[in-house]
Design a protein around this ligand. Structure first.
Ligand code: AMO
Length: 420
């Protein structure tokens, strides 16, 4: 390992000769003196008086003496430097990475993602996303959940047959997993409480700012619930833990983007689907994006909450594994969590008896053949259970105010984009 001082720690080494290493963030050749700003994972450091300066984004190792300069980042700069170029940049970046404002449109950014993401503002959402996942894991670990990893190549579609990518699996048809749904349920039979952070695939035919063909799903599933409300309570704690972690681990990214984190109420307000219909004056069996936005505004106005649960979606609009509401025929124990105008989470209580699955599939005109692998767990006894899935990119987009979900993941996959 190259032994180096990080740019955030310069003050601890005042007056000493130190080595830093990183990327040439900016170079400036004035008449009498040259400035080099080196970027590492903790921030920026200024180097004064280096001779021949390599191009921006070249990788350098610089040894110099730390002198105080209130104008330099961190209040110190390296003087009398010796610069070793570890890798010289062959081309200039597509836009200046040192300017505070990103001077490029989204397609340019995405086409040049490996270098564009080095811009502190473009990297910041990824830092917030990483901190969110750390908080999700820590919270669920603390609640007795076990992290699991389930196959992404599967034999049947989970979230209805549409939007599924087919692949050739050693000459047999297979699919890319649309969700870990069946596996996380089966693992409730093993661990009682499980979660997974992993990629899921949706062959989304729509080119929207909130859909990706591959996204990261934060899934959880737990046994021995009374109904979906126990799941909603766990989700509330997971969201609070994610925000707490973002606050602690990604403070610099929040400041850079000027993000204000939401408060999570001790109990997130909830409205039944029929009430949501009444409030929005709709008779449709699902909520439109415009209605979701309206309901979010209503929740903020009426309850002072940026989060809102909508419960009891109609049976016809939920997958076959959803538990019906015993008290309201035609409606489910399924819910969505809306956050700042967008559906962020889907969840609910599931069926847990084998016979109920057979019946639910039959009611939708399906046999059990395609699902035998999945249904095995239920033949052997499963507790009442439920769970949820939170879309990580939607979460980060809503937290950071990103207008497009493509700004919240390093290498987005969509209808048109397969590279880089
Ligand atoms: P659902 O299909 O609603 O539910 O997905 C759950 C959450 O995933 C996010 N999401 C997406 N994000 C980006 N691009 C997409 N194409 C996309 N599609 C969905 C949303 C959504 O709320 N098995 C159930 C979950 C469960 O009941 O546990 C499921 O996958 O944030």
């Amino acid at each position: 390992m190259i032994s180096r001082v990080m740019s955030a720690e310069l003050a601890e080494h005042a007056g000493q000769r130190v080595t830093i290493a990183g990327w040439v963030h900016r170079r400036r050749q004035l008449k009498s003196v040259s400035f080099l700003v080196v970027r590492d994972r903790t921030g920026l450091a200024q180097v004064v008086g280096a001779g021949d300066l390599p191009g921006e984004e070249s990788v350098v190792e610089v040894t110099g003496t730390l002198a105080a300069n209130p104008q330099a980042p961190g209040g110190f700069e390296l003087v009398e430097p010796e610069v070793e170029v570890l890798a010289r940049a062959c081309v200039a970046p597509p836009f200046d990475l040192y300017r505070p404002v990103v001077g490029a449109a989204l397609p340019t950014i995405l086409d040049h993602a490996p270098v564009a993401l080095r811009h502190p503002r473009l990297r910041a959402p990824l830092e917030i996303s990483a901190a969110s996942v750390a908080g999700f894991r820590a919270t669920l670990d603390g609640l007795g959940f076990t992290e699991v990893h389930t196959p992404k190549i599967v034999a049947s579609a989970t979230e209805s047959g549409a939007n599924v990518f087919g692949i050739d699996y050693f000459g047999r048809p297979a699919y890319l997993a649309q969700s870990p749904q069946f596996y996380k349920q089966a693992l409730v039979g093993v661990f009682e409480r499980v979660y997974e952070v992993g990629p899921v695939f949706r062959a989304e035919p729509h080119d929207t700012v909130r859909h990706l063909a591959q996204y990261t799903s934060l899934d959880a599933e737990l046994g021995f619930v009374r109904d979906h409300r126990d799941v909603m309570a766990v989700l509330r704690d997971a969201v609070a833990g994610m925000l707490e972690s973002v606050r602690h681990r990604a403070g610099a990214a929040l400041d850079l983007l000027g993000v204000t984190l939401p408060e999570v109420p001790a109990e997130i307000p909830a409205v039944h689907f029929t009430e949501a219909q009444r409030l929005t004056g709709s008779a449709e069996p699902d909520l439109s994006p415009a209605q979701e936005r309206w309901l979010s505004e209503w929740a903020l106005r009426e309850h002072g909450s940026e989060f809102l649960y909508v419960t009891g979606y109609p049976m016809a609009k939920r997958p076959f594994y959803t538990h019906p509401d015993p008290a309201r025929p035609g409606y489910t124990n399924g819910f969505d969590l809306l956050f700042r105008g967008l559906e962020l989470v889907t969840g609910g209580q599931r069926l847990h008896r084998y016979a109920d699955y057979v019946e639910a599939l039959a009611a939708r005109g399906e046999g059990t053949e395609a699902y035998e692998g999945y249904l095995q767990a239920f033949r052997y006894g499963m507790p009442p259970h439920g769970g949820f899935a939170l879309g990580l990119e939607r979460w980060t987009a809503r937290l950071t105010g990103a207008a497009n979900i493509r700004q919240t993941t390093a290498f987005p996959r969509d209808l048109h984009r397969l590279s880089p």
